[in-house]
Design a binder for this molecule. Structure first.
Ligand SMILES: Nc1ncnc2c1ncn2[C@@H]1O[C@H](COP(=O)(O)OP(=O)(O)OP(=O)(O)O)[C@@H](O)[C@H]1O
Length: 217
C-alpha cells in the first residue's frame, strides 16, 4: 500500500503560465479521491503529473516519499493510469490490449491470460475479448481501457473521466469496481465532471481558476 503526495506544486506546459498553482493533495490507500472541475480546469493535467508524465514546475509529486522522475519510474512504483482518451492500440483486440499491458509489467503469459479474462468479465466484455478495438463502441472501448487498468493491480489507480461514455448501469458497475480497488488497498483518484460520480468518492478536490480547493476534505 502506497501514498501519493503532491506538495506545493505548480503544473505548466512549456513556458506558458501554470495551469495549476500551489497544489497540495494526498491520495491515500483505501480511499477514492475525486478530482472535479469544469472542462479545461486541469483535471487531466493533475492526473498526468500524478502518473509521472508531466513534471512539476515547482514543488513535488512523490510516491511514498520517492519523487516521480518520469512515467517508467511511476509504473515501476505501481502507478496505473487509465487515460481519458483510453490509450488502447486500435489494431489489437480487447484481450490483447490487456494481456500486453500485464506482460509489460512482468506478468507471466498464464498470469496475463487469467487477469485478462477476469478483468474483461467484470466489465461485461467477455463476448468482445477477441474483437479489435476499432470494432467496439465508444463505451465498450472505455470499458476495455478500464479492464486493462484493473488487470495491472496498481498501488495507485488514476482514472481520468472513465465513466463519461457509459450508460447508468455500466457507470454504477465501474464505480463499484473502483471502490473494490480501494478496498484491496489501492489509492484511487477519479477525475470527473459528473457530480453523481464525485458524490460516491471519499473526498473531493475541486479545480477552478488555476487552484485546487477541497470541496470535501
Ligand atoms: N499538452 C498541452 N499543451 C499545452 N496546454 C495544454 C496541454 N494539455 C492541456 N493544456 C491546457 O491545460 C488546461 C487544462 O487542461 P486539462 O486537459 O488538464 O483540463 P481538464 O479539466 O482535464 O478538461 P476536460 O474536462 O475537458 O478533459 C487547458 O487550458 C488546456 O488547454
Amino acid at each position: 500500500m502506497v501514498t501519493l503526495t503532491v506538495e506545493a506544486a505548480d503544473f505548466a506546459y512549456g513556458g506558458a503560465a501554470p495551469v495549476l498553482s500551489g497544489v497540495t493533495v494526498t491520495a491515500r490507500p483505501g480511499e477514492i479521491l475525486a478530482v472535479t472541475g469544469t472542462s479545461g480546469a486541469g483535471k487531466t493535467t493533475l492526473l498526468s503529473a500524478m502518473a509521472g508524465l508531466l513534471p512539476a514546475r515547482t514543488g513535488e509529486v512523490a510516491v511514498d516519499g520517492t519523487p516521480l522522475s518520469g512515467r517508467d519510474q511511476a509504473v515501476s512504483l505501481g502507478v496505473v493510469l487509465i487515460p481519458q482518451d483510453n490509450g488502447l492500440a486500435a489494431i489489437l483486440t480487447a484481450a490483447e490490449n490487456v494481456s500486453v499491458a500485464v506482460i509489460a509489467i512482468g506478468g507471466s503469459p498464464a498470469d496475463a491470460r487469467r487477469r485478462t479474462a477476469d478483468s474483461l468479465e467484470v466489465l461485461g466484455l467477455s463476448g468482445q475479448a477477441n474483437q479489435l478495438i476499432d470494432e467496439l463502441s465508444g463505451g465498450q472501448q472505455q470499458r476495455a481501457a478500464i479492464a486493462r487498468g484493473l488487470a495491472l493491480h496498481g498501488d495507485v489507480l488514476l482514472a481520468d473521466e472513465v465513466t463519461s461514455e457509459l450508460d447508468a448501469a455500466n457507470r454504477q458497475r465501474v464505480l463499484e469496481l473502483l471502490r473494490a480497488e480501494a478496498a484491496r488497498g489501492a489509492a484511487v483518484v477519479l477525475a470527473t465532471h459528473d457530480p453523481e460520480a464525485a458524490a460516491v468518492c471519499d473526498r473531493e478536490l475541486h479545480l477552478a481558476d488555476g487552484e485546487a480547493v477541497w470541496a470535501r476534505p
